[in-house]
Design a protein around this ligand. Sequence first.
Ligand code: G3P
Length: 216
Amino acid sequence: MKLFIDTANVEHIREMADLGIIAGVTTNPTLIAKEGRDFNEVIKEITSIVDGPISGEVISLEAEGMVKEGIEIAKIHKNMIVKIPMTEQGIKATRQLTALGIRTNVTLVFSVNQALLAATAGATYVSPFVGRLEDTLHDGIQVVSEIRDVFDIYGFDTEIISASIRTVKQLADSALVGAHVATVPYPILKKAFTHPLTDKGIEAFMNDWENTFGKK
Ligand code: G3P
């Protein structure tokens, strides 16, 4: 499973990219607005940090506007993926952008049927929102797992991005059920590195070393 970072914060992207673990970036209008910066400027900066798929989302609600915006987003950089909401108009736009050779990420997916429709329209990625499903007491990981089964049975090339990840358990479970990608917020990535036994183990190794050989 590849790891994307789910943020428009360039410091956080840079920090995780420096560690060599980031294969791509996803943004959405909320994340861009949080940074209070111009969309094109932030996206351009992100493309200079990470050499992998970068999702930028359209804000039009009609297919025509989505396609227009999508064409502009795709022009920013060869790594751009046009993120499109899972609606009838969004699916129409996905089909048209696919025909133009522009890659898409159909977002706000909450069911297997929505993922199937997006894949049928030629989406490069679908983004089921695990955290938001689990907020409403649904099993988000089960939805990811079922989408994976359907894509495998019918040989769809569409990749699943496990999105709206709120916990380290959701990250691990996404990997276990075969998400192709998990897009993870910065604090969850930071947490995923740690384990109390790792810290305890390092402390014991250092103490044993220093007790025998002294401080470095
Ligand atoms: O990638 C989708 C993600 O940004 C949504 O996350 O936490 O707003 O549900 P959240």
